[in-house]
Ligand binder design. Structure first.
Ligand code: AHR
Ligand code: AHR
Length: 480
């Protein structure tokens, strides 16, 4: 059974079910989302490959070929039709823009589909819903998100919010928040934390702050299940888990906030928000793969079954081929200069470097040195390199240096992250020309990685050993 089958069988049916990636009911065979292309503003609904299956991402790729698309609508798979559209202006933020449709490729169930990557200024909402809890009603919700694409700004939320895009007071929201914003000190560790946005506060407990010093957040887990349930009267609970393995951990289960009035009972208004705060505070970033809201509080057993289903579909798994430049393949990129033949391109502190990776390297080092080949973000006949362990982050140059950064959708980013493979300049392996600086190639220099020309004004353009430094062996991926 899929998540909404599980919740229905438990007597707490979904009243909203959103995903760009997959069906959340085994019988669902409708549209998942709508894209709009820049070239002619035409729109297209993207559906499933089969009932209860995975998104038909190829339909998006062909509709958006040669142009770019944004996501304009995320359909509710429940019979409530609580579809999300791009959020309008609110008390704290100007109208949002739609997320780029190709920013977050991800493999689920062996199929390459897309997630939703929210940058600052993006968000989705439905202010006129059906079946969603209001005024002290009970509800549950979860989303699958990522611990690698977060910030400390307000407020990457999914759940219940105000119907007028304004902060109308304590208890007028009941949404999952995920990020590194510590609203009530102390917070422990670096986060990101799964929190409850109950309006005018991101709560880890009834006191606001975490009452548990071992709740240090999820860390940089690529895929996270985040869960909130609230009976609307006197109790709420927070849970999270690794969406790729294992079960859920409860970080809080107890009374509504007692630090201020207005939360017990709750005063939910029943709108649904995704990617911003209740008042459209939209400085936050985040990733969204799937999420549902229920009517009534789901049982812990149902939550556990939902987590088991999420784990079973294998978010972030490999798509197929390895060690080739075919999109979907996972690779490592090995240097060929005699100094450095055990060195691979890896990210470290958000920057690309070359360093030695061996079979005894840590899992983190191996993952950092593994890249998923994607269709070139600026030109599908070239390639882009997505980080294996930071979904939606790509290698891009900036001031000619290679960095690992989240795809924002701008033309600048797309061009900076696109590389065109050609025979290795030394006669060995492959060289990668920068799409927007075609005489500059991916090069290691002093263990950093740049786009460099064969002689030029920057130190890393040095002609000495240039042909070797720009020649790479496309290798089997280090990540398991
Ligand atoms: O509760 C945190 C945030 O505070 C809400 O999301 C927003 O409406 C307000 O600014
Ligand atoms: O890396 C060279 C240029 O530096 C990039 O195109 C741009 O993003 C930055 O200004």
């Amino acid at each position: 059974s899929l998540p909404c089958d599980i919740y229905a069988a438990a007597g707490t049916p979904c009243v909203a079910a959103h995903s760009l990636a997959r069906a959340l009911y085994s019988s669902y065979n409708g549209s998942l989302y709508q894209v709009q292309r820049a070239s002619d503003s035409a729109t297209k609904d993207i559906g499933l490959l089969a009932a209860g299956g995975y998104a038909n991402a190829a339909a998006q790729d062909s509709f958006c070929a040669g142009t770019t698309c944004i996501i304009t609508k995320i359909y509710d798979q429940s019979s409530r039709h609580n579809d999300l559209t791009v959020e309008g202006a609110g008390g704290a933020g100007a109208a949002d823009v739609g997320a780029p449709a190709d920013a977050l490729p991800v493999t689920v169930g062996g199929h390459q589909v897309y997630g939703l990557e929210i940058s600052a200024g993006m968000g989705y909402r439905d202010n006129s819903t059906s079946g969603v809890a209001t005024n002290g009603g009970a509800e549950g919700m979860y989303m699958v998100t990522s611990g690698t694409h977060v910030n400390g700004s307000c407020c990457f939320d999914y759940g219940n919010a105000e119907t007028n895009n304004k902060d109308t007071g304590n208890g007028h929201m009941d949404a999952i928040n995920f990020g590194t914003e510590c609203w009530f000190s102390p917070c422990y560790g670096q986060g990101p934390w799964v929190q409850a946005d109950l309006e005018n506060g991101l709560f880890q407990s009834n006191a606001g702050y975490s009452t548990n010093s071992s709740n240090t957040g999820t860390g940089a887990l690529p895929f996270v299940t985040a869960l909130l349930k609230n009976n609307g009267q006197d109790h709420f609970a927070l849970k999270w888990g690794n969406a790729q393995s294992g079960g859920l951990t409860t970080t809080y289960s107890g009374s509504e906030p007692t630090n201020a009035s207005g939360y017990s009972p709750m005063h939910q208004e029943g709108a649904i928000v995704l990617g911003t705060g209740g008042d459209n505070s939209n400085g936050s970033i985040g990733s969204f793969f799937e999420g549902v809201m229920t009517s009534g509080i789901p049982t812990d057993a149902a939550d556990n079954s939902v987590q088991a289903n999420i784990v079973s579909v294998g978010y972030g798994g490999a798509t197929g081929s390895t060690g080739t430049l075919t999109p979907g393949s996972e690779i490592s990129l090995k240097a060929t200069t005699s100094c450095c033949t055990s060195d691979y391109i890896r990210h470290q502190n958000n920057t690309a470097v070359v360093s030695a990776i061996t079979s005894s390297s840590s899992a983190l080092d191996k993952n950092d040195a593994t890249w998923i080949v994607r269709r070139g973000l600026a030109d599908a006949s070239c390639v882009s390199f997505e980080s294996r362990n930071y979904p939606g982050d790509f290698l891009r140059h900036y001031n000619y240096q290679l960095l690992r950064q989240p795809m924002t959708g701008t033309t600048q980013f797309r061009q900076d992250a696109t590389f065109c493979p050609t025979t290795g300049k030394s006669g060995t392996g492959t060289s990668f020309a920068s799409y927007n600086y075609p005489t500059k190639f991916i090069r290691h220099y002093d263990y950093n990685v740049y786009i460099a020309s064969d002689g030029g004004s920057n130190t890393w353009d040095s002609a000495t050993s240039w042909t070797d430094d720009v020649s790479w062996v496309v290798s089997a991926p280090w990540a398991p």
